[in-house]
Write a protein that binds this ligand. Structure first.
Ligand code: C2E
Ligand code: CA
Ligand code: CA
Length: 498
């Protein structure tokens, strides 16, 4: 109806129709016709354009805050918890107030409009971009199935790269950078658009404090009053200083020989009051306090010194596996630091395995991550693909990341001896690994039945509570002694000790 009323022919005939009405029915008909036409338009929703105007930012034509909040709320109500999710993102140009003061209003507006265009060009059709105030922009990511940290980081980096391209103005080129804060729907303090956007703004303020071009994800500690947050950061820093955060070690055993083929280093915080904390309880706080590099340092240092002690004491532990998060793998100094630590402990790189999770491998578009993993492989480190089969597996990624072994996720291993469907899946994965010349490890082996079945199917190594839970370094040697007794071997065998 809206289209029919708006047709040019209809509009062109309007005066003639009014005149005909007057000619045939007099003033009364003229008045009815004149009043009813706008009413028809109103009913047809033709004045929605006005509302659109109210919901958009006058300068750039992007949506405004109100529109963005409404959209986010709509996304949350209609998609959250039904397999899809959204992200609120706030983007602010760094140091722009000072730059604007020297550029003048016309040039400033031009830069803001060009920035808006670039943001629009960098997003997908279902996303909504807005300008909140001055040089602060925002996005509502259209609902997607995996709106997780990695996806949000990728979008942030894409937008930062688009904004960082020089903007040519009459007087020359202008260079701007942007800081980004975002909030994943499941992390929002409340289930509404306003709360999500406010959380993304808090994360943005955090990013600005970290320096130009930073990206921060919202976490609940960010909403705490500064003194409380400072206490948490101080507590983590003190824990590192006191050596309270260090690896525990979980053995990996060869299904062929029954001997130790390696240990995985898993972070533990021996908290003076709360006891031994698993990584799930503190990893995020470590990353949010910007201390992920400290964690990596502590894990590498204690793992290599464990290897050294085992070597010296005559225990044969071929290698140790370390976990690195997407954030740690983004660190351009990572490879140098590992090379330096290996030198310091006089250990060859093949003693160190880097575990990267399938999610990181599958979703990263980040050049530094890929370059770091490839450089570590070139250095001679082994690369394990962690949590394989938990989400989607990608064969090209196995090659890109120079993967040597896949660690089959616990979800496929658990009860495999009782579930024929799982057996078929596991057999298919093992056949694929063999064709690709990859070694395999089954994670989360808890029972004899699971252990026997994965061994029968041809898995190379096993790891899990059924073999041993993660343990502090001091317990590893007694455990290895007991294992050697069990498999009837001399515990202390020769190992090339340099
Ligand atoms: P992950 O790499 O998949 O590590 C295996 C997790 O499964 C460990 O939990 C381990 O304790 C647990 N596990 C081992 N065997 C069994 C089993 O038979 N049954 C069950 N139910 N669980 C088993 P943890 O130590 O809590 O670590 C959780 C995750 O934290 C790790 O998952 C890893 O992604 C991450 N993580 C651990 N240490 C570090 C670290 O130093 N740096 C980083 N970035 N991430 C770490
Ligand atoms: Ca792992
Ligand atoms: Ca795993």
């Amino acid at each position: 109806m809206k289209a029919a009323v708006l047709r040019p022919l209809t509009l062109a005939c309007l005066p003639a129709l009014l005149f005909a009405g007057y000619w045939l029915g007099g003033e009364v008909v003229l008045m009815i016709a004149a009043v009813s036409f706008p009413l028809v338009l109103l009913c047809a929703g033709l004045f929605e354009g006005d509302r659109e105007h109210v919901l958009s930012d006058g300068l750039t034509g992007l949506a405004n805050r109100e529109h963005l909040v409404e959209t986010l709320t709509g996304f949350l109500e209609n998609y959250e918890g039904r397999g899809q999710s959204t992200v609120a993102m706030v983007i602010q140009l760094d140091d722009f107030s000072e730059a604007a003061a020297s550029m003048g209003r016309v040039a400033t507006d031009e830069v803001l409009c060009r920035t808006a265009e670039r943001i629009l060009a960098a997003i997908r059709p279902g996303d909504l971009a807005a300008r909140l105030v001055e040089h602060r922009f925002a996005l509502a990511l259209g609902p997607v199935r995996r709106a997780n940290l990695e996806v949000a980081l990728q979008v942030s980096e894409r937008i930062q790269a688009a904004i960082a391209e020089p903007i040519s103005l009459r007087g020359g080129a202008v260079y701007v950078t942007a800081s980004v804060g975002f909030c994943l729907a499941r992390r929002a303090p409340r289930h509404d658009g306003e709360a999500m956007l406010e959380a993304a703004e808090i994360a943005m303020d955090e990013a600005r404090r970290a320096g130009h071009g930073a990206i921060r994800a919202y976490s609940p500690e960010m909403g705490l009053v500064p003194e409380v947050r400072q206490t948490l950061s101080d507590e983590i820093a003190a824990a590192f200083d006191a050596g309270q955060i260090r690896p525990w070690f979980q053995p990996q055993v060869s299904t062929d020989t029954g001997r130790v083929s390696g240990f995985e280093a898993l972070a533990r915080w021996t908290h003076p009051v709360r006891g031994t904390l698993p990584p799930g309880d503190f990893l995020e706080a470590v990353e949010n306090s910007g201390m992920q590099e400290r964690l990596g340092e502590a894990m590498v240092y204690h793992s290599l010194s464990a290897l050294r002690t085992w070597d010296k004491s005559g225990y044969r532990v071929p290698r140790i596996g370390l976990n690195f998060s997407a954030l740690e793998l983004r660190n351009p100094r990572l490879v140098d630091r590992i090379r330096w630590e290996l030198d310091r402990f006089d250990l060859t790189a093949d003693r160190l395995t880097i575990e990267i999770s399938e999610t990181v491998a599958a979703e990263t578009g980040n050049e530094t991550v890929l370059a770091n993993v490839q450089a570590l492989a070139m250095l001679g480190c082994e690369i394990d693909l962690d949590d394989f089969g938990a989400t989607r597996a990608s064969i090209p990624n196995i090659r890109r990341f120079a993967i040597g072994r896949v660690k089959i996720d616990r979800s496929l291993v658990s009860h495999v001896d009782l579930d024929p469907e799982r057996q078929r899946m596991l057999a298919a994965i093992l056949a694929m690994a063999e064709r690709l010349d990859l070694r395999t490890l089954a994670e989360g082996v808890e029972t004899h039945g699971e252990h026997n079945l994965v061994a029968q199917l041809g898995c190379d190594d096993v790891q899990g509570f059924g073999i041993a839970p993660p343990m502090p370094f001091e317990e590893t040697m007694t455990w290895m002694d007991r294992l050697a007794d069990r498999i009837g071997q001399v515990p202390r065998i020769e190992w090339p000790i340099s």
